[in-house]
Design a protein around this ligand. Structure first.
Ligand SMILES: [Zn+2]
Length: 176
């Protein structure tokens, strides 16, 4: 595991507002009219430095994606409440259905390291595509207000939340 633990200085700059995130479920920031996505000072209540760090970690790990069939590289970086970052990439298989997405790879890695509280996840693809349904369900398992930062290969991003991506999603509460 790479050490992406954030410095205390960065953690002190963390801005996490559940009210802001839940009342604005889907932000798209555009400063470049040629792009659907765009840079933004803050998004989802997080300091820009943290968002950039997550995107950078996700973009870096996507180079390791095992994608001999699609050639489509995806990277993800999940940010824990304790200030740690875990990354994952997509891993394809000759038996296509066994393919695992980057978002799930990152979360499963974090779980294996004893982390269960997540506040944000960044996902990077060439075009800035949104997480698939399976990943939305897995992210939602750990909360309906996790910031989901969706970035393209150029560093432009948009944000939403786990709850907005999976309205009326099945959760632990339904198992009671
Ligand atoms: Zn997925």
């Amino acid at each position: 595991m790479r050490d992406y633990t954030l410095s205390q200085r960065l953690l002190n700059r963390l801005r996490y507002s559940t009210s802001t995130m839940s009342s604005k479920p889907n932000h798209t920031h555009t400063t470049d009219e040629s792009s659907e996505l765009g840079p933004q000072k803050t998004v989802a209540g997080f300091a820009e430095a943290i968002i950039r760090r997550l995107i950078r970690a996700a973009d870096e790990v996507r180079k390791n994606a095992y994608v001999p069939y699609s050639g489509y590289h995806v990277g993800a970086a999940v940010f824990t409440k304790s200030g740690m970052v875990f990354t994952g990439c997509n891993v394809e298989n000759a038996s296509y259905g066994l393919t695992n997405c980057a978002e799930r790879s990152a979360i499963f890695t974090a779980i294996g390291e004893g982390q269960r509280e997540f506040v944000a996840i960044a996902v990077v693809t060439d075009q800035g595509w949104s997480p698939c349904g399976a990943c939305r369900q897995v992210i939602r398992e750990f909360g309906d207000n996790i910031a989901v930062i969706i970035a393209d290969g150029k560093g432009n991003y948009t944000s939403t939340t786990s709850g907005a991506l999976l309205p009326s999603g099945f959760s632990a509460a339904d198992m009671k």
